[in-house]
Design a protein around this ligand. Structure first.
Ligand SMILES: [Zn+2]
Ligand SMILES: [Zn+2]
Length: 172
């Protein structure tokens, strides 16, 4: 069973919660913080991630884990990532440890538990999507992984169809 990703309405709720979290910290610190980019494009096993990419600050949330555990993520993942963003703004990521005392202090300010890993049951959450390449045998189409495709290209691997036993050839 595969889960559906978080709905548009759900995403809006999460963005609102992210902004509330920031506003709360801003009031306590007497400073305004602008909302960083918020994306729901994180894949794999992590619920959230804060990163600076090409000078753009971004909080990324996992749309499947948020769909499955919305309340828990609103209470934990949102302040966790907001705290990363805030410590970046206040100290610079380079100058602190990711979950060090600065981050823990901001978490306390946000009224959140400074927990680093949440163990969710991730059944139904799709893992990182792998790139697939189209191949054909005598009986039908196949999709093979990048690793195998590279082996075929370099001549170090050949693959045969389990049904018809003919060799798989790249379909382009
Ligand atoms: Zn973290
Ligand atoms: Zn075949």
């Amino acid at each position: 069973m595969t889960l559906e990703p978080i709905t548009r309405a759900g995403q809006q709720q999460v963005v609102d919660a992210t902004r509330e979290c920031l506003d709360r910290a801003g009031r306590l610190l007497g400073r305004d913080f602008s909302l960083p980019a918020v994306a729901f494009d994180l894949q794999g096993r992590a619920a959230g991630m804060y990163r600076v990419h090409k000078r753009q600050r971004c909080i990324r949330y996992n749309p499947y884990i948020f769909a499955k555990y919305l309340a828990d993520n609103l209470a934990n993942t949102v302040p966790h990532e907001v705290a990363h963003y805030l410590t970046d703004m206040l100290y610079g990521l380079r100058n602190i440890r990711p979950h060090g005392k600065e981050w823990q202090t901001v978490m306390a300010m946000l009224g959140a538990e400074p927990v680093v890993t949440c163990r969710y049951d991730l059944s139904g959450v799709p893992l990182r999507r792998q790139r697939r390449f189209s191949y054909r045998c005598a009986c039908g189409p196949h999709a093979i992984s990048t690793v195998r495709h590279n082996r075929v290209l370099s001549g170090s691997g050949r693959y045969v169809c389990r049904r018809c036993r003919s060799e798989l050839v790249f379909a382009g």
